[in-house]
Design a protein. Structure first.
Length: 116
């Protein structure tokens, strides 16, 4: 069955960096566009970034452009999110999934807390 396991979150101060990982299994990872999403306290889950199956094309929501970098390793069935220059408004639980159509299941997410 489909499994998505996010990791790498933590607590950092404003301006800090974190690298999130998402290990995927149960589907043909290398043929799918993948995305990162986040859910901040009291808000709906929102799209953050996506990367095509080959890694050639990426897309970012405006609020993270220039600070976050999405990448993938198809040999490891893993997608990454490098987050630099973190801001308190980046505080959220981060999830990965297929994009734009989700896989129907979500992982447990990884929590990122940015303090000022």
């Amino acid at each position: 069955q489909v499994q998505l396991v996010e990791s790498g979150g933590g607590s950092v101060q404003t301006g800090g960096s974190l690298r999130l990982s998402c290990a995927a299994s149960g589907f043909t990872f290398r043929f799918n566009t993948m995305g990162w999403f986040r859910e901040a306290p009291g808000k709906e889950r929102e799209f953050v970034a996506s990367i095509t199956w080959s890694g050639e094309s990426t897309f970012y929501v405006g609020s993270v452009k220039g600070r976050f970098t999405i990448s993938r390793d198809n040999a490891k069935n893993t997608v990454y999110l490098q987050m630099n220059s973190l801001k308190p408004e980046d505080t959220a639980v981060y999830y990965c999934n297929r994009h734009p159509t989700s896989l129907g299941v979500w992982g447990q997410g990884t929590r990122v807390t940015v303090s000022s």
